[in-house]
Design a protein around this ligand. Structure first.
Ligand code: PHE
Ligand code: ZN
Length: 867
């Protein structure tokens, strides 16, 4: 018996890819789930790969004890095990290898491989968790047909699931039972899943476009079954949307979703057995906010869409991760846009990109959408791979137009169904279906960093000619200094001085470093609306005047750019106040009054008005500063909010009243729009944190009949020093202490408080009996909420914020390395901050790096951050 544990950090390169030496024709797995130890028997039929370059079979395996190895039924001792790999030299052209090993799911706190969550066995194999279950070629280009037998105690584990269809079941002596599952579609091992537990099932069905019936099952803990209907509805909508928009039908007769409370990520698309974080399944008006409802819908869609983009067509290697993630995010964004409001969806997606992906792209961890190297693939589930990746797909959609894009995706699915392919293969389908040369476009996949696009304009009255000129530049990023110009789709429209649209949206294609586009027959100097719908993920600089922006803010026909114009005005105002606290910003304050008046007249979309009334967040503003000083940004931002409140208090109060809760709860876009508008107004009305503010926020809480309104009230009270703060937080806890996902909110809403005692608060929250370092949701609710959503206190000059995070990273390093590595995120961008903050952030990173027994995950992000 031999045991393999930690593996030394080693860099893996895309250029080193070679095909797997052996193909797996059939995989038979058998799990005997016993207390404290699980016996895994894996029997695999291997065939030499005709295009393989080596004749040695090399299997990955970690965190397990080998009990026996046999080839064609004969015990084998002629193998070596080292550095997480078992090597069998030249085993032959075709043979069956049987490996029995022992694992300990109960002791697995990394939540990769087979583990337990509140007594339920579950697996997480993406990206490289399967190797913690058995020795196998753990790489996505080895596809095989899986048959899985599960055996366990019948009473404790009545539900036993794996991928595909149930083939056989039965009782066994000693109160045990077994089930055999078979998935006829070959799949990579990262899509394997197993669940065994005492769960309840919510059932429904879906009839596909060809009239087949699919059983839909959602499994949750007893008591949670009343919170599944939104997820189930979202699943049915996803299945229908993928048929209508992409012509994609589901292939099996059963689709399972299981919700678990201990999960490193949001959810996982295992074939026909999606495993979800409870946070992205359970939703009820009493316990979930509107934004939770939206996330559930989006992520249910996301995982379902992976069935085609990820599972049936999968990745050749993990450098191609964005092939499935970027495309699937694009698909889920479009799904949500079709179901709700397209403009609101785009605004929120772009806001997220700017707040979280732009900083990543400007940090030492910047990497391209198709990276060239990594140490630990789990560190590459990033905003760049997901969200910038989605922008790359969106640009191709924009360049080709919807019909040709659909032709290209049809070609992609047709050509590659059942295969493991690359981002290049995807773009090649775009090129073939459209007859376009996409070579230059592919640079977007290879060059990291957010490009800057500078626009300037010239009007020639004599010629009635308007010229828009652009310059693009790409910042240097680690390992990439010589950047080439990108192919950038710039969607543009022109407005006349009276606000009429004189040139509707057209897509300019920029391919050179500098390029001009002319518009003829333009009778008078127009105002351009540039980068409509945020048609490319760039930082745009224009020569538009404040008056031009004010015109766009009122008249632009593009919902995104209408909002964007207001945000640019707000940014300029914040910059003015940062430079001179006494600056005259009366025009801006008056413009906000116009927006409020518009709201009072009942005109316009409430969700859009709410976003128009919200100043950019500190994290977004920071992206536009040469040196980030969160406290200074916050001071300017607060001063503007105070001026808005003082100038428009009565109108705001009236707008608040006009949007009061009508009493009937729905999650229609209109109802959510009303709540979010009321919340935006309440935020301004309570910005000064005085006695009146606290009374207003408490009244909002007392009137609430749903979680959205409660959270709005708590968030307006979190900075307060008034007695209502403690009252409301205490009431909230008592009401919801039995609901872990709501207790997460209770932790977060305190962690984001910008108030004096915050470090004492954080210490008591850390010591609270409900805090559990092993539960990722709870860790995020305290540490990520603080470090990401409380920029002022996280960047407190005392360095206490950094120390708080540092200690958690060190503690989690040995418990759950993936979560520990993720917590490093807010420290990575240290070079962007003031010298005093930089020094402290750097010291925190160094302290982590100096920790003995650092995991590969944490080592990679910390060492690269310090580079
Ligand atoms: N593939 C999952 C998704 O995007 C994310 C995930 C990655 C989950 C790794 C778990 C582990 O939908
Ligand atoms: Zn995904």
């Amino acid at each position: 018996m031999r045991t393999e544990n930690a593996v030394a950090p080693k860099t893996i390169y895309l250029k080193d890819y070679t095909p797997a030496p052996y193909l797996a024709k059939q995989v038979n797995l058998s799990f005997n789930l016993l207390p404290g130890k699980t016996i895994v028997t894996s029997e695999v039929r291997y065939v030499k790969n005709p295009v393989g370059v080596s004749s040695d079979l090399v299997l990955d395996g970690e965190e397990q004890t080998i009990v026996s190895v046999a080839k064609n039924g004969v015990p084998l001792s002629d193998y070596t095990v080292a550095d997480g790999q078992m090597t069998i030299a030249s085993p032959g052209d075709e043979f069956t290898l049987t490996i029995v090993s022992e694992i300990n799911p109960e002791a697995n706190t990394a939540l990769e491989g087979l583990y337990q969550s509140q007594g339920t066995y579950c697996t997480q194999c993406e990206a490289e968790g399967f190797r913690r279950i058995t020795y196998y070629q753990d790489r996505p280009d080895v596809l095989s047909v899986f048959t899985v037998r599960i055996e366990a105690d019948a009473k404790a584990y009545p539900v036993m699931l794996s991928n595909g269809n149930l083939q056989e079941e039965g009782g066994l002596p000693d109160g045990r039972h077994y089930r055999v599952w078979h998935d006829p579609f070959p799949k990579p091992c990262y899509l394997f899943a197993l669940v065994a537990g005492d769960l309840v099932r919510v059932a429904d069905t879906f009839t596909t476009m060809t009239g087949r019936n699919v059983d839909l099952h959602i499994y949750v803990r007893a008591g949670d079954e009343g919170q599944c209907s939104h997820a189930m509805e979202s699943l049915k909508k996803s299945m229908k949307w993928d048929e209508e928009v992409y012509g994609r039908e589901y292939q099996l007769d059963l689709f399972n979703i299981v919700a678990v409370s201990d999960f490193n990520m949001g959810a996982m698309e295992n074939t026909s057995l999606n495993v979800f974080n409870t946070a992205l399944v359970l939703a009820h008006q009493e316990t979930a906010t509107d934004s939770d409802f939206m996330s559930v819908e989006g992520v249910i869609g996301h995982e379902y869409f992976h069935n085609w983009t990820g599972n049936r067509v999968t990745c050749r290697d993990w450098f191609q991760l964005s092939l499935k993630e970027g495309f699937t995010v694009f698909r889920d964004q479009e799904f949500s846009a079709d179901l709700n409001s397209r403009a609101v969806q785009r605004i929120d997606d772009v806001n997220g990109l700017r707040r979280l992906q732009f900083p990543e792209d400007g940090s030492p961890l910047a990497h391209s959408v198709q990276p060239d190297q990594f140490i630990e693939i789990s560190n590459f589930y990033t905003k760049t791979i997901y969200d910038k990746g989605a922008e790359l797909i969106r640009m191709q959609h924009t360049l080709l137009g919807p019909q040709t894009f659909r032709k290209a995706t049809d070609l992609y699915f047709d050509r590659f169904d059942g295969q493991a392919v690359t981002c290049d293969d995807f773009v090649q389908c775009m090129a073939e279906a459209s007859g376009r040369d996409m070579t230059q476009f592919f640079r977007w996949y290879k060059q990291a960093g957010t490009p800057t696009l500078v626009a300037s304009s010239h009007y020639d009255a004599a010629q009635q000619r308007y010229t828009l000129s652009f310059k693009q530049s790409q910042p240097e990023t680690p390992g990439q200094t010589d950047k080439q110009p990108l192919h950038i789709p710039i969607a543009v429209g022109l407005l006349a001085a009276d606000g009429r649209e004189i040139v509707p949206t057209q897509v300019l294609e920029m391919t050179a470093r500098e390029q001009s586009f002319t518009f003829d027959g333009i009778a008078a100097k127009p105002v351009p609306s540039i980068l409509r719908g945020f048609s490319a993920p760039v930082k745009l600089e224009t020569d538009l005047s404040d008056d031009d922006l004010r015109l766009l803010q009122v008249h632009d026909t593009d919902g995104f750019n209408k909002w964007e114009a207001g945000q640019t005005l707000a940014l300029r105002t914040i910059q003015r106040v940062m430079a001179d606290p006494q600056a005259d910003i009366s025009q801006f304050i008056a413009d906000v009054g116009t927006l409020i008046a518009q709201g009072l007249s009942g005109q316009g979309d409430k969700a859009l008005l709410a976003r128009a009334l919200s100043l950019p967040m500190i994290g977004v503003i920071g992206q536009y500063q040469p040196v980030i000083d969160p406290a200074a940004i916050d001071a300017a931002r607060s001063s503007i909010l105070t001026q808005i409140k003082r100038a428009h208090k009565d109108a705001l109060a009236a707008l608040y009243e006009a949007n009061a809760n009508p009493g009937e709860f729905t999650i229609t876009p209109q109802a959510m729009g009303r709540r979010t508008l009321q919340a935006a107004v309440l935020e301004i009305l309570t910005t000064t944190n005085g006695t009146g503010c606290a009374a207003r926020a408490k009244a909002h809480y007392d009137a609430a009949d749903n979680m959205t309104d409660r959270v709005t009230a708590l968030s307006c009270l979190s900075d307060s020093t008034q007695p209502q703060r403690a009252e409301v937080f205490a009431d909230f806890y008592t009401r919801f202490e039995k609901y872990p996902l709501v207790v997460d909110k209770w932790f977060s809403l305190q962690a984001i408080a910008n108030r004096e005692q915050i470090f004492d608060d954080l210490a008591s929250l850390r010591a609270h009996p409900d805090f559990n370092i092993k539960n990722p949701n709870r860790v995020r609710s305290l540490y990520s909420a603080f470090a990401i959503n409380n920029p002022v206190k996280f960047h407190d000059p005392s360095g206490k914020g950094y120390a708080f995070l540092r200690d958690a990273i060190i503690e989690l390093n040995s418990i759950n390395p993936q979560i520990a590595a993720r917590l490093v995120t807010p420290l990575r961008e240290w070079k962007r901050y003031t010298p005093a903050l930089q020094a402290q952030m750097k010291a925190a990173l160094q302290a982590v790096l100096d920790t003995p027994n650092l995991s590969g995950d944490v080592f990679e992000v910390v060492s690269k951050s310090l580079n």
